[in-house]
Ligand binder design. Structure first.
Ligand code: NAD
Length: 518
């Protein structure tokens, strides 16, 4: 009998109003392993009302930041205590290799809650503004209100932490809708937030489809901010929905990040880094280095060695500690990857490694694909312009630095980029010319909740992480206090001819209700 995971609304685990559930498929086997309550429009409304009430009437937004910080630290501790079970769920639900789930996912969730606890605890809610002789002024940070968070399937528990932690640290309440392929660990994180004693209605989890639960949530007039991570296509729709109520929006969208390999590089280091940059989690990573730009002088040797090493990556079931790469998240996504590789072939690319489904013994129903490298690619090809979101690298040679920068920037996306070089000054010169929110030099995927992350161009709006990311969840209020009633004197042009009010007579002792002599 499979377990059923339920919605988290107003501090309670609850079924969907319709009573419907959907199956969660283990992509390593292709079989259902759990059921999830399927939230719809009515549930979205219920969840938003719970969050609204917790914001308008509950203690959370009024608490001191340092008090809220204690709750976030408690969540981090609970995640640590439950690390093994959460990692296993992430492996089964999303196909994360168990090594990655334990080593990367859970650690990132813990550090995200700890970093935002630290930011909440700074008590920088009020900051003085420059002095004026006639007034005193200060700036005050306040929570925005009810946040609607919508997340993708590729890093479910991490994405949930990236949304929940800053939102609640700043004093907001939140309703989060995870992607249907991978809803379970977000529900579990919501449950741990209740266990940590966070007041009811502050964190609500709403699994369900994008079309029903997602649209109702984002369009709700009771929502004050939308934080979305997902594809650029759905991001456009989110902006449209949010525009009806001019709801504030941050968007973390797709990418087609270029990794530039300069000719002065340490080859072994760059080969290893390139494989990590693109094949980590099978390329199902928004910031994956999916376009490899290599100096023509070293191109042929570099690419030949890269193809050899890619062929040695062990693809297998997510729960097997020997697997370097797990399955693709779903059958649909596996078919998308196949379709793009076929398009690449039609466009004239050479398949230098992979190019087919991977067969994993004893797991015939799983969704496995070989790490794939396409050579002979031109940047205008579809496989170089569109996000594939699978283990597919396209390789493009360049002539000189300027050519590399031109090709890298020739994309609708601007999420991340990177430079591999033995000369830091040269690498920085190239990095500064890339139109992307993050550039890694001799590294990749180094996302840290202390440093800003987000996209230029169609990769998004706003930033997550760090102080800048925290401020995306705070309103700014300017308070002005006049000192000495000179306001009118400061505006001599405001010379109204209206008769002035006569000064009332000074109250006598009787009027003041006091007796002579006290
Ligand atoms: P997606 O855009 O299909 O879905 C994302 C979420 O939006 C899901 O929860 C989905 O149910 C919901 N949704 C879909 N239609 C909706 C609608 N009309 N209204 C409201 N919600 C709706 O993305 P995905 O396939 O789950 O994830 C992959 C994408 O996410 C890739 O494009 C990837 O680059 C992007 N991503 C970006 C970042 C980043 O930080 N920039 C991080 C991870 C993933």
């Amino acid at each position: 009998m499979t377990e059923t995971y339920r919605l988290v609304i107003g501090g309670e685990l609850t079924d969907a109003a319709s009573g419907e559930t959907f199956d969660s498929i283990d992509p390593s086997t292709g079989e259902a392993f759990a059921a999830v309550a399927k939230g719809g429009s009515e549930d979205a409304d219920r969840a938003v009302r719970a969050a609204r009430q917790a914001f308008d009437e509950g203690p959370w937004p009024k608490m001191k930041g340092r008090e809220r910080a204690q709750y976030l630290l408690k969540v981090a501790d609970l995640v640590k205590q439950n690390a093994g079970a959460l990692a296993e769920l992430e492996a089964r639900d999303g196909g994360h290799t168990i090594r990655m789930a334990k080593g990367a996912d859970i650690g990132m969730v813990i550090s995200t809650f700890r970093v935002f606890a630290e930011l909440a605890g700074r008590e920088d809610d009020e900051r003085p503004l420059p002095r004026s002789p006639a007034s005193t002024n200060w700036m005050r940070h306040e929570p925005i209100g009810v946040c609607a968070a919508v997340t993708p399937w590729n890093f479910p528990i991490q994405m949930a932490a990236w949304k929940i932690a800053p939102a609640i640290a700043a004093g907001n309440t939140v309703v989060i809708k995870p992607a249907s392929y991978t809803a379970i660990t977000t529900i579990e994180l919501g449950r741990l937030c209740q266990e940590a004693g966070i007041p009811e209605g502050v964190v609500n989890v709403l699994p369900g489809s994008g079309a029903a639960a997602g649209e109702s949530l984002v369009a709700s007039p009771m929502v004050d901010k939308v934080a979305f991570t997902g594809s650029t296509e759905v991001g456009r729709r989110i902006m449209q929905l949010a525009s009806a109520n001019v709801t504030k929006c941050t968007l973390e969208l797709g990418g087609k990040s270029a990794a530039i390999v300069l000719d002065d590089v340490d080859l072994d280091y760059a080969l290893d880094g390139t494989l990590w940059g693109v094949f980590f989690h099978n390329g199902q990573v928004c910031s994956a280095g999916t376009r490899l730009l290599v100096d023509r002088k070293i191109h042929d040797d570099f690419v030949a060695e890269l193809a050899k090493q890619a062929g040695a990556i062990r693809t297998g079931p997510a729960l097997d500690p020997a697997s370097d790469a797990g399955p693709i998240v779903s059958k649909t996504q596996l078919e998308t990857v196949e379709r793009y590789v076929a398009i690449g072939r039609e466009e004239g690319a050479d398949v230098l490694a992979g190019g087919d489904r991977a067969m994993v013994e004893g797991h015939d129903g799983g969704f496995y694909y070989q790490p794939t490298i396409l050579g002979g690619v031109r940047n205008e090809m579809k496989v170089a312009q569109e996000e594939i979101f699978g283990p597919v690298l396209v390789v493009i040679p360049f002539e000189d630095e300027a050519d590399a920068v031109r090709i890298a920037n020739d994309s609708i996306y601007g999420l991340a980029g990177g430079v591999w070089s033995g000369d830091n000054a040269r690498a920085v010169r190239v990095a500064e010319q890339l139109r992307t929110g993050t550039v890694w030099i001799n590294d990749w995927h180094m996302i840290n909740p202390r440093y800003p992350f987000g996209g230029y161009k169609q990769s998004g709006l706003g930033r997550e992480h760090g102080e800048i990311g925290f401020d995306e969840y705070r309103e700014v209020k300017h308070i002005h206090v006049d000192l000495g009633g000179q306001a009118r004197a400061r505006h001599p042009w405001w010379d109204l001819t209206v008769p002035k009010r006569e000064s009332p007579a000074a109250p006598g002792p009787e009027a003041a209700g006091s007796k002579p002599g006290g």
